[in-house]
Write a protein that binds this ligand. Structure first.
Ligand code: ADP
Length: 477
């Protein structure tokens, strides 16, 4: 029977976003409502969020939450219930959710506090009688939430931890054990301890009833030394409780027929995509070309394989391709991107920064989206690419492996290909994939058919929501 879920996250679309976690946390409540599950989400009240969510009703308070007064205010955003943890000593700061630039030095405490409050609300419920059956934590920021519940002796509330990216583990010095209200007995290698430190993600993975991650392939990869980042042993040990559930795409936000940033088109009016391509070329100051206009919308980090784009870009534009890049991240990669633009004016365009609206225009105008990630738990940009007829060129890893069908000879024969995949994940194989992209693009009939197949793929949240609902039901049965 459907019940109630307290979701705990550090980001939430449309309130605060730095990456895919925000999209998922924001989309889940609406998607689960269709399955009968009632989800409320606890997030930190970063500056301005209380007003944005119109949150007025105080539903929880504590005069001393890890060093200062705190309260939780209930609000609504885009028809979903949010609980905002207002603790000015922890969250009322300039910069992004984690610091800007660099991390805030007290992040371990900031998110332990979020997890602490989540555990309290999960156990005791809210004044309106809302009592959760499930606590669902996202990433390291919520890792201590299932742990606090277990340490308090509660077994009524079932707990789920979702790994969106294992690269971020929330490590803190062991000396903080007491300050973070963690019991000394839990400081062992089966629970909290990670190479002499505390790890909030590990705590969550060790104590939650179930673990999910955002694609079946990433679930399998996480049990291996080359992907598990030190937690592979624990995850393999918990493999019976591990589930890979793909993220979906929010169709109300990502739909080329209704997107306000886009000159509308769909799979039956695909020719109209050309106007978006022209506009994008103009916006990036690029010359027209008969080759594919490829886009990159990404954090500029090694994880995302941005160095491989640097290594292959000259060949790609030499073959007649054009490249429009939107991203921000590591300075060395930003510099490398700027050098590319200088070396190939009119063929490579760049915007450094984060620009949601521009990203929509890029998927609408682009012929192909490049995602050469070294690891990719699920990945959203290849999904947006599929949705917008912007053919994905992806590394064969994680969610990229699960969502794109490579245009290999058999898939071509069976007319099922939706993109290009490459493996091993290095610049040589990526270069080959770009060559294949050129060939595929040159066959305009085959290309349009591939775009339409991608646009027809079911990418919404329905399937994923059903999988989460089934998991919740299995835990509460
Ligand atoms: P990750 O969460 O690892 O960064 P995902 O592909 O799961 O990767 O999610 C990234 C999200 O952030 C997508 O919605 C993508 O469109 C968006 N995004 C990334 N960089 C930018 C940017 N510079 N401007 C606008 N949106 C961006």
């Amino acid at each position: 029977m459907p019940g109630r879920v307290l979701s705990v996250a550090s980001e939430y679309v449309p309130l605060v976003k730095t990456g895919g976690l925000a999209d998922v946390a924001g989309a889940l409540p609406g998607a689960l409502r269709g399955q009968g599950w009632d989800m409320r989400t606890l997030i930190p009240a970063y500056p301005g969020l209380i007003a944005k969510a119109g949150a007025k009703v105080v539903v929880w308070s504590d005069p001393d939450l890890f060093g200062g007064p705190a309260q939780v205010l209930a609000g609504q955003v885009a028809g979903t219930d949010v609980l905002l943890l207002d603790a000015p000593h922890l969250y009322d700061r300039k910069g992004g959710p984690y610091g800007d630039p660099g991390d805030f030095p007290d992040n371990a405490k900031r998110f332990a506090a979020l997890s602490w409050v989540a555990a309290q609300i999960a156990r005791d419920g809210l004044p309106d009688g809302w009592l959760p059956d499930i606590l669902h934590g996202h990433d390291w920021q919520a890792g201590f939430a299932p742990a606090y519940l277990r340490f308090s002796g509660d077994t009524r509330v079932k707990t789920v931890m979702t790994i969106h990216n294992i690269a971020f583990q929330g490590n803190a010095p062991a000396a903080m054990l007491g300050a973070l209200r963690l019991p000394i007995e839990a400081f062992n290698s089966d629970t909290l301890e990670y190479y002499g430190h505390l790890s909030s993600l590990k705590a969550g993975l060790a104590t939650a009833d179930a673990i999910t991650t955002v694609s079946p392939t990433y679930a399998a990869e996480l049990m291996r030394g080359d992907f598990g980042m030190g937690l592979e042993g624990l995850i393999a040990h918990r493999s019976a409780d591990l589930y890979g559930i793909l993220n979906g795409v929010d169709d109300t936000v990502w739909n080329p027929e209704t997107d306000p940033e886009v000159k509308p088109y769909g799979k039956t009016t695909l020719k109209r995509k050309a106007a978006n391509r022209d506009a994008l070329l103009a916006e990036f100051g690029l010359q027209d070309t008969s080759g594919p206009l490829a886009i990159v919308v990404s954090r500029l980090t090694d994880q995302k394989g941005i160095d491989m784009i640097v290594d292959t870009a000259a060949d790609f534009v030499g073959m007649g391709g054009a490249l429009a890049i939107l991203g921000s991240g590591e300075q060395r990669l930003e510099e490398a991107m700027k050098d590319l633009v200088k070396a190939h004016p009119g063929k490579i365009g760049l915007r450094i920064g984060y620009d949601e609206a521009l990203s929509h225009r890029m998927f609408a105008g682009g012929d192909a989206v490049l995602v050469p990630s070294r690891f990719e738990p699920c990945g959203l940009t290849q999904l947006y690419g599929l949705r917008y007829g912007c053919v994905p060129v992806v590394a064969l890893t994680g969610g990229l492996a699960d969502t794109v069908i490579d245009a290999n000879p058999m898939a071509q024969q069976a007319n099922v290909a939706t993109g290009v995949q490459f493996h091993p994940v290095d610049a040589l194989a990526f270069g080959q994939a770009l060559r294949k992209l050129m060939e595929l693009h040159a066959d305009s009939k085959g290309w349009a058919a591939m775009q339409k197949r991608g646009m027809s793929q079911a990418l919404g949240w329905d399937t994923s929501a059903l999988a989460y609902a089934q998991l919740y039901e299995s835990l509460t049965a």
